[in-house]
Design a protein around this ligand. Structure first.
Ligand code: F0G
Length: 578
């Protein structure tokens, strides 16, 4: 062939390559969002904290993490934070505080009683939630739950002694595990509940046992109840496997109104209710929100069926409706974006409407309170507040500090107002959605629609290749995914599946009951901590892991030790070699 011809061909090929590159660039430009579609961070970065691991892909870093995993028995809760490049274990207490919060710390009044900081804290919560609320500080959300359920149960027990029905049941869209634990811990549950609940909710709805005062078997009971809650669908949420049933497509935290009405409409069942609760957003259900329409309907049903019922405790309505309000601002943002008629309302206006509909809430200020520690109970009933005071002084401290320093109260006071800032919450939820979109677009199996605080990756589907599940349910696919994501890429997520909700057969070292729906790995995004580039790395890591899943060195994980209580925090594991 003539030399000139060859040059010509090379030039021609080169032109094609340049053309292709140009095309790609054009496409990327075309994909660029319009300015109004870009939710940029509503802050500049003033102080930086170096990531503990500078290059997680360095082969030495990978070898090092392998030895750490061995030392920590393959439980990511045991891995030192200093060994983690990007930490998506939880969005609770892991956020960055603003300069206003840091300045407020200096104003902390550390007086034991009646500190000024308590007044700031109380005023902010009333301002953001409801002016009629009484506010009781606690050191975090689960302490608020502990106090509330202790008080409600003892009030219920007193009422029963005086001849009333024993109110022992809490209806909720979806329990977080500490909430379920606290309901059980104080609850005088009885065997016959099983039949009643089964009749109302379907055979497999509840498992109840006589309360046993032996703490270890009580622990086991608690774990069993939690499993039943998850596995037996003992929660009044809409069926999340049928998105067409979601109101407006996304409100997967909504309580099932038909089931609720069936219970409220039964004289026997209604008189056994202690509380109705809505978790906003629904953490264990993928962080999906509850709609305003659903909240209004729940309120109306309670008013309709209960307003003529006897009062079982002076100062309380016959049946109260509470929010588990940890992520209320994210919930309000979803309402603003997706529920017709709310587009032009601010997040704070919507949040006020949500709280006007309820009798109170428990809250972990470590989420939408934008603080690193803290929580509270807020309620309309002065009587309830006084009863909570009596118990809280024993376990949390005086009622104006509740286990917190004055400076923490100040940080929460500022954080509560920042939490409902429209730009703040929009950027936060949209950043989570960006991570979800990167994964979803490349067919990595993720729970859809995307919730507010994290992306839930489906462990079983992740390890499925050409229709074959290469890591079986009993070999903990979710946990294996979480371990691989850490081992290969230095990213920490949290299994929300069989370890948390399944059980364990000591003779095989394997669960005999696995998580019902999916074996999820939750990638919870801390607030104001990571940039989009950090999350792009996480997405890219998952894509690579997904593409290479056949070469995973493990066939799964098995338990080498599993405690009765809190298995996901305390269990030990070992890998099953491929
Ligand atoms: N309720 C919900 C819905 C929660 O998500 C949490 C905590 C709590 C109550 C308890 O609050 O931690 O302050 O005692 N969730 C964290 C998580 C731990 O990772 O989802 P806390």
């Amino acid at each position: 062939m003539h030399v000139l011809d060859l040059t010509g061909i090379l030039n021609y090929l080169n032109a094609i390559i340049i053309g292709l590159q140009q095309n790609k660039l054009d496409q990327e430009t075309a994909q660029m969002k319009k300015p109004h579609q870009i939710y940029f961070e509503p802050f500049k970065i003033k102080m930086v904290e170096p990531l503990p691991v500078d290059n997680p892909l360095n082969p030495f870093a990978i070898k090092h993490r392998e030895s750490i995993l061995k030392e920590t028995h393959y439980n990511l809760f045991n891995v030192p934070a200093a060994e983690i490049a990007i930490d998506l274990l939880t969005d609770s207490g892991t956020g960055s505080m603003s300069q206003e919060q840091w300045s407020a710390l200096m104003l902390g009044d550390e007086s034991y009683a009646q500190a000024t900081s308590f007044n700031h804290f109380e005023a902010a919560i009333k301002d953001v939630m409801s002016l009629d609320f009484h506010v009781i500080p606690t050191h975090q959300g689960r302490a608020a739950e502990n106090i509330l359920f202790h008080v409600l149960n003892s009030v219920a027990a007193d009422a029963a002694v005086n001849g009333g029905p024993l109110r022992r049941r809490v209806l909720i869209n979806s329990f977080f595990d500490t909430t379920a634990g606290n309901v059980c811990l104080h609850g005088p549950l009885k065997e016959e509940d099983h039949d009643l609940a089964a009749e109302l909710l379907g055979r497999d709805s509840y498992i109840f046992r006589e309360r046993d005062h032996n703490p270890m078997s009580w622990r086991r009971y608690e774990a069993e109840l939690k499993q039943s809650i998850f596995i037996k669908q003992n929660q009044l949420v809409v069926d999340q496997t049928r998105p067409e049933l979601f109101e407006h497509g996304i409100f997967g935290g909504n309580i099932n109104l038909d089931r609720l009405e069936a219970i409220l409409g039964s004289d026997v069942a209604r008189r056994e209710l202690m509380l109705v609760m809505l978790t906003v957003t629904n953490n264990t259900g993928g962080g999906l929100p509850v709609s305003l329409a659903n909240l209004h309907a729940v309120r109306e049903l309670i008013d309709h069926y209960c307003s003529n019922d006897e009062v079982w405790f002076t100062g309380l309505p016959p049946l109260m409706l509470f929010l588990d309000a940890c992520r209320f601002a994210e919930n309000a943002y979803f309402i603003q974006q997706y529920e017709p008629g709310n587009k032009n309302r601010s997040v704070s206006e919507i949040a006020r409407e949500m709280f006007e509909l309820v009798d109170g809430c428990t809250m972990s200020a470590k989420k939408d309170g934008m603080a690193n520690i803290g929580g509270f109970i807020a309620c309309r009933s002065e009587e309830l507040m006084r009863r909570c005071w009596e118990y809280m002084v024993e376990i949390e401290g005086f009622y104006t500090y509740g286990g917190l320093a004055g400076r923490d109260l100040e940080a929460i006071a500022v954080g509560m107002r920042e939490g409902v800032d429209d730009l703040r919450v929009a950027q936060r939820v949209e950043q989570v959605r960006k991570l979800w979109r990167w994964l979803k677009d490349e067919n990595v199996p993720v729970k859809s629609p995307c919730g507010g605080h994290g992306v839930f990756v489906k462990g079983r589907a992740f390890w499925t290749l050409n229709g074959e599940q290469i890591i079986k349910d009993e070999d903990l696919p979710g946990h294996t995914l979480a371990i691989e994501l850490y081992r290969q890429y230095g990213v920490r997520g949290c299994e929300i599946g069989t370890i948390m909700f399944g059980d364990y057969n000591p003779s095989t070292g394997k669960p005999s009951r696995v998580a019902p729906d999916e074996d999820y790995v939750r990638l919870a995004v801390p607030r104001r901590v990571y940039t989009d580039t950090h999350l792009e790395y996480v997405a890219s890591a998952l894509l690579e892991l997904y593409a290479n899943r056949r070469s995973c060195p493990w066939r799964g994980m098995r338990f080498s030790y599993r405690p009765d209580a809190l298995p996901h925090f305390l269990s030990h594991f070992e890998p099953i070699p491929a």
